[in-house]
Design a binder for this molecule. Structure first.
Ligand code: ADP
Ligand code: MG
Ligand code: MG
Length: 246
């Protein structure tokens, strides 16, 4: 049984059609990568799956764990086990990382986690992300560097343990060391019961992420599917050949 099954998904922003019939199936234990040029609709796809209000779904469907995803509210999607790491994480003044994580865990699981045990888990996850514990007391993302914001996103992912994590361009604004730490952690969080969808236009992350499937999204459609070899083709030849096939 699939975790996510997207069929013929179409979406508009304003009066512009961005997604023009996206098909995508993700099963437990799989790591997927979507690549595509700027403006192809990658972030739009992630936002539509997460229920961002700026986007209007005009066709198709999406099943998450066999339930209609597109009619769920944003918080229902999160409780169902969907997690989205944003390309540009929001700064949340007045809410510490520690409080944010506990509250988010409670929202998703329905139970307020026990302080002591939860903090121990969070601290060990921070260690693997090479994040200093002092960030727990900082306001979420406020004054964080690009790399620190992305680490704080992956920390959320580690703590929430979603069924499907969608990581949108988590590599933008990261130096090479942060890319390694972040993506080694993402790969380490992959298991037989969950799935990960990484959206990127860089090849660098494929040093650390081992995708089972690579999809090429151009002009609102997935125009090609393959394995790691497809990512290598893109690395050497770019997206032009795929554009021509649209
Ligand atoms: P990608 O992530 O592949 O670079 P996006 O999904 O961000 O592409 O954008 C696809 C197209 O949709 C672009 O032309 C972009 O300008 C437009 N778009 C996306 N989101 C919005 C929005 N909220 N308002 C206006 N235009 C948008
Ligand atoms: Mg982009
Ligand atoms: Mg994008």
């Amino acid at each position: 049984e699939s975790i996510l099954k997207v069929s013929g998904l179409r979406a508009t922003v304003g009066d512009q059609e961005i997604l023009k019939g996206v098909n995508l199936e993700i099963n437990p234990g799989e790591v997927h990568v979507i690549m595509g040029p700027n403006g192809a609709g990658k972030s739009t796809l992630a936002n539509v799956l997460m229920g961002h209000p700026a986007y209007e779904v005009t066709g198709g469907e999406a099943l998450f764990m066999n339930k209609g995803l597109l009619s769920m509210k944003v918080d229902e999607r999160a409780r169902a086990g969907l997690f989205l790491s944003f390309q540009y994480p929001q700064e949340v003044s007045g809410v510490t990382v520690e409080n944010f994580l506990r509250t988010a865990k409670k929202e998703v699981s329905g139970i307020m986690p026990m302080m002591g045990r939860f903090n121990a888990t969070v601290k060990s996850e921070m260690q693997s992300l090479e994040m200093d514990e002092k960030y727990l007391a900082r306001y979420l993302n406020e004054g964080f560097s690009g790399g620190e914001k992305k680490k704080s996103e992956i920390l959320q992912m580690a703590v929430l343990a979603p069924k499907l994590a969608i990581l949108d361009e988590t590599d933008s604004g990261l130096d090479v060391d942060a890319i390694r730490v972040v993506y080694e952690k993402v790969q380490a969080l992959a298991n037989a019961d969950n799935a990960i969808l990484v959206i990127t236009h860089y090849n660098k992350i494929l040093d650390y992420i081992k995708p089972d499937f690579v999809h090429v999204l151009v002009d609102g459609k997935i125009v090609k599917e393959g394995d790691l070899g497809l990512a290598n083709t893109i690395q050497s030849s770019g997206y032009e050949a795929f554009r021509a096939s649209v």
